[in-house]
Design a protein around this ligand. Structure first.
Ligand SMILES: Cc1ncc(COP(=O)(O)O)c(C=O)c1O
Length: 445
């Protein structure tokens, strides 16, 4: 097709999509039908759709066709922490906080203000944190099934920072990292920023498909495996003990680093041993207090093989120099005096209660979750469309996430994730019922 005809077709479809003449969710003709209608070659129709896809105007779904995307949702919706307007009910981001926490913070600040070493908080700190704080965290982790010592603990500015310095210190651009086909969006963004090559592995409510991981590792030079064996985000999976041993065996055979993200692990009581306990020499264990205590504290920590400490220390120096001593002090006081244990137990109860509310509200829709998790993965019925549902809910001032931020493979499942931790529990049932209703109506369109 001459450029003079090819471009006008792209332009007219673009104009129709942007003006709303072709509304979000519209299924476009097959390549063959478009070719017949426009009297062009099929290969040209494919090129037209590829251009619309590259412009973010349509999405292609294997076996289902090409659909107009919803432009009302900004690209990357759910990745970028946009401020959620005050009148929006947020089922997108999780920042679980209990009413008593504000008072606890006031008290901690008063105690610190009255303590003798307040000047010290104004100075630079050791990059990896102060020795006594590292010792408090090491004792906490050891009690939680991550046997470690202060010298192998590094304090970071949140788990996301912990992941960033781990990748910076251990991998090079182009290195292959195995990840679940649905994973924590922050890891995806980070790996792309560092030009790593993410190799997706299928994952279900039972955890990573280890047969598929074996095949991947046999075929490609995988350098590291990023995994959430205890309370996977977004599926809530807890990997069983035999699978953990097998995962460690794979990493050992191939000389790979295991990056174990335990950000939500506190919600799953009596989980099998951590990877850091099974293979302390191969595992960087990443966790923090965002999901158990408060996102705003920005305190996370790593327990790492001793040999990695110097490289990680350099990466912390290069990024933040040190985690602010004020927040580290608050966190370590709460770790040492049992406040964190108490708050985490309350949050497990809170999450369990919220799951029960959501379960009733979603009935009879099928979903994937853990009974004490702060989120739910809701695969959609045949013919329902996630971005259309998210847009309809956004009009009703309810914010949810589609699968897009979580997906690492080309196959984008039609599913939405509901975060249950940020909404007032007294309205959660009504809100989740509104979601269920919207899903059911959408499937009929
Ligand atoms: C699995 C997982 N890892 C890491 C993080 C980042 O946590 P932080 O706020 O401590 O940086 C999150 C936040 O949502 C998460 O869900």
């Amino acid at each position: 097709m001459p450029a003079s005809r090819y471009k006008p077709l792209v332009d007219s479809l673009t104009a129709d999509i942007r003006s709303g003449r072709l509304p979000a969710g519209t299924r476009l003709p097959t390549h063959r039908d478009l070719a017949a209608r426009e009297r062009i070659a099929v290969v040209t129709a494919t090129r037209v759709y590829a251009e619309l896809e590259a412009a973010g105007l349509v999405s292609r779904e294997q076996g289902r066709g090409t659909f107009v995307r919803d432009l009302a949702l900004p690209a990357g919706h759910g990745i970028d922490q946009q401020a959620v307007a005050g009148d929006v009910i947020d089922l997108n981001f999780n920042y679980p906080s209990l009413p008593e926490q504000a008072d606890l913070l006031r008290q901690a600040l008063r105690d610190i203000a009255g303590s003798g070493d307040i000047d010290a908080l104004l100075r630079y700190q050791p990059h990896v944190g102060r020795p006594r704080d590292r010792a408090v965290i090491a004792a906490h982790l050891s009690r939680r099934g991550v046997p470690t010592i202060a010298e192998r603990v590094l304090i970071v500015n949140g788990a996301q920072h912990g992941l960033a310095v781990t990748l910076m210190a251990t991998l090079n651009p182009g290195d292959v990292v195995a990840v679940d086909a649905l994973t924590y969006p922050g890891f995806k963004v980070l790996a792309r920023t560092l030009h790593l090559d993410l190799a997706p592995v299928p994952v279900t409510g039972a955890g990573t498909d280890l047969d598929a991981l074996e095949r991947l590792c046999a075929a490609r030079p995988v350098r590291a495996i990023y995994t959430m064996p205890t309370l996977h985000n977004p599926l809530g999976a807890v990997l069983d003990e035999a699978s953990r041993s097998r995962l460690v065996g794979i990493a050992r055979r191939h000389g790979q680093l295991l990056i174990e993200d335990a950000s939500y692990a506190y919600l799953a009581e009596a989980a099998p041993p951590s990877l850091a306990a099974l293979a302390p020499d191969l595992t960087v264990h990443v966790s923090g207090l965002s999901k158990s205590i408060a996102t705003g504290l920005r305190v996370g920590y790593l327990s790492v093989p001793g040999a990695l400490v110097p490289a990680l220390e350099r990466a912390i120096r290069a990024t933040t120099w040190n985690t602010p001593a004020l927040t580290a002090t608050i966190a370590c006081r709460w770790l040492a005096d049992g406040t964190i244990d108490r708050l985490e137990a309350h949050k497990r109860d809170d999450a369990t209660r919220r799951q029960a509310i959501a379960r009733d509200a979603l009935h009879p829709l099928h979903y994937v979750s853990h009974p004490a998790s702060y989120f739910i993965w809701l695969p959609l019925p045949e013919d329902a469309r996630a971005d259309r549902i998210a847009a309809t809910l956004a009009d009703r001032r309810i914010s949810v996430s589609t699968a897009e931020p979580f997906a690492t493979s080309n196959h984008l499942p039609q599913a939405i994730r509901l975060a249950l931790g940020s909404t007032d529990p007294s309205t959660l049932g009504t809100t989740v019922r509104a979601v269920a209703h919207t899903v059911e109506l959408d499937a009929l369109q």
